[in-house]
Design a protein around this ligand. Structure first.
Ligand code: DC
Length: 227
Protein backbone atom coordinates (compact mmCIF):
# COMPACT_ATOMS: atom_id res chain seq x y z
CA UNK A 1 0.00 0.00 0.00
CA UNK A 2 2.21 2.79 -1.27
CA UNK A 3 -0.35 4.86 -3.21
CA UNK A 4 -0.63 7.47 -0.45
CA UNK A 5 3.13 7.92 0.10
CA UNK A 6 4.28 11.28 -1.35
CA UNK A 7 6.91 11.32 -4.11
CA UNK A 8 9.03 14.17 -5.44
CA UNK A 9 10.84 13.35 -8.69
CA UNK A 10 13.90 15.28 -9.87
CA UNK A 11 15.01 14.43 -13.39
CA UNK A 12 17.51 16.05 -15.70
CA UNK A 13 20.76 15.62 -17.60
CA UNK A 14 24.17 14.96 -16.12
CA UNK A 15 25.52 17.94 -14.17
CA UNK A 16 22.17 19.73 -13.87
CA UNK A 17 22.55 19.68 -10.09
CA UNK A 18 19.86 17.07 -9.47
CA UNK A 19 22.03 14.81 -7.30
CA UNK A 20 22.98 17.61 -4.91
CA UNK A 21 19.50 19.15 -4.87
CA UNK A 22 17.82 15.76 -4.35
CA UNK A 23 20.06 14.91 -1.39
CA UNK A 24 19.57 18.31 0.28
CA UNK A 25 15.80 18.35 -0.23
CA UNK A 26 15.43 14.74 0.96
CA UNK A 27 17.32 15.66 4.11
CA UNK A 28 15.16 18.74 4.69
CA UNK A 29 11.93 16.80 4.17
CA UNK A 30 13.22 13.80 6.17
CA UNK A 31 12.34 11.52 3.23
CA UNK A 32 14.10 8.56 1.60
CA UNK A 33 16.32 9.15 -1.42
CA UNK A 34 16.62 7.09 -4.59
CA UNK A 35 19.73 7.80 -6.69
CA UNK A 36 18.61 5.76 -9.69
CA UNK A 37 21.72 6.65 -11.69
CA UNK A 38 23.76 4.75 -9.08
CA UNK A 39 21.88 1.56 -10.00
CA UNK A 40 22.77 1.93 -13.70
CA UNK A 41 26.33 2.80 -12.74
CA UNK A 42 26.53 -0.32 -10.53
CA UNK A 43 25.30 -2.51 -13.38
CA UNK A 44 27.99 -1.02 -15.67
CA UNK A 45 30.71 -1.43 -13.02
CA UNK A 46 29.73 -4.98 -12.08
CA UNK A 47 29.34 -6.03 -15.71
CA UNK A 48 32.82 -4.70 -16.52
CA UNK A 49 34.28 -6.55 -13.54
CA UNK A 50 32.58 -9.77 -14.67
CA UNK A 51 33.65 -9.21 -18.30
CA UNK A 52 30.05 -8.95 -19.51
CA UNK A 53 29.91 -7.10 -22.84
CA UNK A 54 28.08 -3.77 -22.38
CA UNK A 55 26.08 -4.53 -25.55
CA UNK A 56 24.91 -8.00 -24.42
CA UNK A 57 21.36 -7.10 -23.42
CA UNK A 58 20.32 -10.55 -22.21
CA UNK A 59 23.36 -11.08 -19.98
CA UNK A 60 23.19 -7.51 -18.65
CA UNK A 61 19.49 -7.80 -17.84
CA UNK A 62 20.12 -11.03 -15.96
CA UNK A 63 22.96 -9.39 -14.05
CA UNK A 64 20.77 -6.33 -13.29
CA UNK A 65 17.86 -8.47 -12.11
CA UNK A 66 20.15 -10.23 -9.63
CA UNK A 67 22.26 -7.18 -8.73
CA UNK A 68 23.70 -7.85 -5.27
CA UNK A 69 23.78 -4.34 -3.85
CA UNK A 70 23.32 -2.90 -0.38
CA UNK A 71 22.80 0.81 0.38
CA UNK A 72 23.97 1.51 3.94
CA UNK A 73 21.94 4.47 5.18
CA UNK A 74 24.03 6.92 7.24
CA UNK A 75 22.42 8.38 10.35
CA UNK A 76 24.04 11.82 9.73
CA UNK A 77 22.29 12.19 6.35
CA UNK A 78 25.50 11.81 4.33
CA UNK A 79 25.31 9.71 1.11
CA UNK A 80 24.77 5.99 1.72
CA UNK A 81 27.73 3.62 1.66
CA UNK A 82 27.27 1.23 -1.27
CA UNK A 83 28.27 -2.43 -1.20
CA UNK A 84 28.38 -4.32 -4.50
CA UNK A 85 28.74 -8.07 -3.98
CA UNK A 86 29.82 -7.33 -0.39
CA UNK A 87 32.61 -4.95 -1.47
CA UNK A 88 32.63 -1.23 -0.73
CA UNK A 89 32.20 0.62 -4.03
CA UNK A 90 33.31 4.13 -3.03
CA UNK A 91 34.00 6.51 -5.92
CA UNK A 92 34.49 3.69 -8.45
CA UNK A 93 30.96 4.37 -9.77
CA UNK A 94 31.52 8.14 -10.01
CA UNK A 95 34.10 8.18 -12.80
CA UNK A 96 33.18 9.45 -16.29
CA UNK A 97 33.99 6.01 -17.71
CA UNK A 98 31.44 4.42 -15.39
CA UNK A 99 28.89 7.16 -16.22
CA UNK A 100 29.32 6.45 -19.92
CA UNK A 101 28.99 2.70 -19.32
CA UNK A 102 25.84 3.41 -17.31
CA UNK A 103 24.41 5.48 -20.14
CA UNK A 104 25.04 2.56 -22.55
CA UNK A 105 23.46 -0.14 -20.39
CA UNK A 106 20.59 2.25 -19.56
CA UNK A 107 19.64 2.39 -23.26
CA UNK A 108 18.73 -1.33 -23.15
CA UNK A 109 15.05 -1.96 -22.48
CA UNK A 110 15.56 -5.29 -20.73
CA UNK A 111 18.02 -3.70 -18.27
CA UNK A 112 15.54 -0.90 -17.45
CA UNK A 113 12.78 -3.46 -16.97
CA UNK A 114 15.03 -5.50 -14.65
CA UNK A 115 15.64 -2.44 -12.43
CA UNK A 116 12.09 -1.08 -12.40
CA UNK A 117 10.68 -2.84 -9.33
CA UNK A 118 13.92 -2.35 -7.40
CA UNK A 119 13.51 1.40 -7.87
CA UNK A 120 9.84 1.33 -6.90
CA UNK A 121 10.75 -0.54 -3.71
CA UNK A 122 12.41 2.66 -2.45
CA UNK A 123 8.95 4.18 -2.04
CA UNK A 124 8.49 4.00 1.71
CA UNK A 125 7.03 6.25 4.39
CA UNK A 126 7.26 9.11 5.10
CA UNK A 127 8.08 9.92 1.44
CA UNK A 128 10.60 9.61 -1.38
CA UNK A 129 12.78 11.95 -3.40
CA UNK A 130 13.68 10.13 -6.64
CA UNK A 131 16.60 11.40 -8.75
CA UNK A 132 17.16 10.25 -12.37
CA UNK A 133 16.12 10.57 -16.00
CA UNK A 134 12.70 8.88 -16.09
CA UNK A 135 11.49 9.19 -12.50
CA UNK A 136 8.54 11.43 -13.38
CA UNK A 137 7.74 9.83 -16.74
CA UNK A 138 8.04 6.08 -16.08
CA UNK A 139 9.04 4.97 -12.58
CA UNK A 140 6.80 7.24 -10.46
CA UNK A 141 4.23 8.77 -12.85
CA UNK A 142 1.96 9.37 -9.84
CA UNK A 143 4.48 11.75 -8.16
CA UNK A 144 2.87 14.83 -6.61
CA UNK A 145 5.76 17.12 -7.58
CA UNK A 146 7.91 16.59 -10.66
CA UNK A 147 10.94 18.75 -11.33
CA UNK A 148 13.11 18.75 -14.45
CA UNK A 149 16.45 20.50 -13.94
CA UNK A 150 18.48 21.75 -16.88
CA UNK A 151 21.58 23.91 -17.37
CA UNK A 152 23.76 24.78 -20.37
CA UNK A 153 26.26 22.12 -21.48
CA UNK A 154 29.17 24.47 -20.67
CA UNK A 155 27.94 25.07 -17.15
CA UNK A 156 27.33 21.36 -16.56
CA UNK A 157 30.81 20.46 -17.80
CA UNK A 158 32.33 23.08 -15.45
CA UNK A 159 30.36 21.67 -12.49
CA UNK A 160 31.35 18.11 -13.35
CA UNK A 161 35.00 19.17 -13.64
CA UNK A 162 34.92 20.77 -10.20
CA UNK A 163 33.11 17.80 -8.66
CA UNK A 164 35.66 15.32 -10.03
CA UNK A 165 38.62 17.50 -8.99
CA UNK A 166 37.19 17.86 -5.47
CA UNK A 167 37.06 14.07 -5.26
CA UNK A 168 40.66 13.79 -6.46
CA UNK A 169 39.55 12.15 -9.74
CA UNK A 170 41.57 13.44 -12.71
CA UNK A 171 39.54 15.22 -15.40
CA UNK A 172 40.01 17.27 -18.57
CA UNK A 173 37.46 19.99 -19.33
CA UNK A 174 37.27 19.74 -23.17
CA UNK A 175 36.95 15.94 -22.92
CA UNK A 176 34.22 16.33 -20.31
CA UNK A 177 32.31 18.72 -22.55
CA UNK A 178 32.38 16.22 -25.43
CA UNK A 179 31.46 13.30 -23.17
CA UNK A 180 28.55 15.16 -21.58
CA UNK A 181 27.18 16.19 -24.99
CA UNK A 182 27.47 12.59 -26.21
CA UNK A 183 25.83 11.23 -23.08
CA UNK A 184 22.97 13.78 -23.33
CA UNK A 185 22.35 12.75 -26.93
CA UNK A 186 22.35 9.03 -26.06
CA UNK A 187 20.08 9.51 -23.03
CA UNK A 188 17.63 11.77 -24.88
CA UNK A 189 17.51 9.85 -28.15
CA UNK A 190 17.11 6.28 -26.87
CA UNK A 191 13.76 4.69 -27.63
CA UNK A 192 13.09 3.37 -24.11
CA UNK A 193 12.43 5.91 -21.35
CA UNK A 194 14.34 8.78 -22.98
CA UNK A 195 15.48 11.74 -20.93
CA UNK A 196 12.63 14.26 -21.20
CA UNK A 197 10.46 16.28 -18.85
CA UNK A 198 7.14 14.72 -17.85
CA UNK A 199 4.18 16.66 -19.30
CA UNK A 200 3.36 17.87 -15.78
CA UNK A 201 6.95 18.64 -14.69
CA UNK A 202 8.16 22.06 -13.58
CA UNK A 203 11.26 22.84 -15.67
CA UNK A 204 13.96 24.82 -13.86
CA UNK A 205 17.03 26.13 -15.69
CA UNK A 206 19.84 26.21 -13.11
CA UNK A 207 22.57 27.73 -15.34
CA UNK A 208 22.77 30.90 -13.29
CA UNK A 209 21.21 29.72 -10.02
CA UNK A 210 22.91 28.66 -6.84
CA UNK A 211 22.10 25.30 -5.25
CA UNK A 212 20.37 27.17 -2.39
CA UNK A 213 18.09 29.02 -4.84
CA UNK A 214 17.10 25.79 -6.58
CA UNK A 215 16.47 24.00 -3.26
CA UNK A 216 14.32 26.91 -2.04
CA UNK A 217 12.19 26.78 -5.18
CA UNK A 218 11.76 23.00 -4.93
CA UNK A 219 10.86 23.24 -1.23
CA UNK A 220 8.33 25.98 -2.03
CA UNK A 221 6.67 23.71 -4.62
CA UNK A 222 6.62 20.85 -2.10
CA UNK A 223 5.00 23.03 0.57
CA UNK A 224 2.34 24.17 -1.93
CA UNK A 225 1.51 20.71 -3.23
CA UNK A 226 2.09 18.30 -0.32
CA UNK A 227 -0.31 19.70 2.22
O1 DC B 1 22.60 10.45 -13.01
P1 DC B 1 23.86 9.71 -13.38
O2 DC B 1 24.84 10.54 -14.14
O3 DC B 1 24.46 9.01 -12.20
O4 DC B 1 23.37 8.55 -14.38
C1 DC B 1 24.27 7.75 -15.10
C2 DC B 1 23.62 7.25 -16.39
O5 DC B 1 22.56 6.36 -16.07
C3 DC B 1 22.99 8.34 -17.25
O6 DC B 1 23.86 8.78 -18.28
C4 DC B 1 21.77 7.71 -17.84
C5 DC B 1 21.46 6.56 -16.94
N1 DC B 1 20.25 6.76 -16.14
C6 DC B 1 19.05 6.48 -16.74
O7 DC B 1 19.00 6.13 -17.92
N2 DC B 1 17.89 6.54 -16.02
C7 DC B 1 17.91 6.95 -14.74
N3 DC B 1 16.76 7.00 -14.08
C8 DC B 1 19.13 7.30 -14.12
C9 DC B 1 20.29 7.20 -14.86
Amino acid sequence: MTADIPVLTIDGPSGSGKGTVSALVARELGWHLLDSGALYRLVALGATRHAIDLANETALAEYAANLDVCFEIQSDGSPPGILLEDEVVGDAIRTEACGNGASKVAALGAVREALLQRQRDFLQKPGLVADGRDMGTVVFPQAGVKIFLTASVDERAQRRYKQLKDKGISANLPDLLTEIAERDARDAQRTVSPLKPAADAVVLDTTSSTIEEVCDRVMQLCRERFK
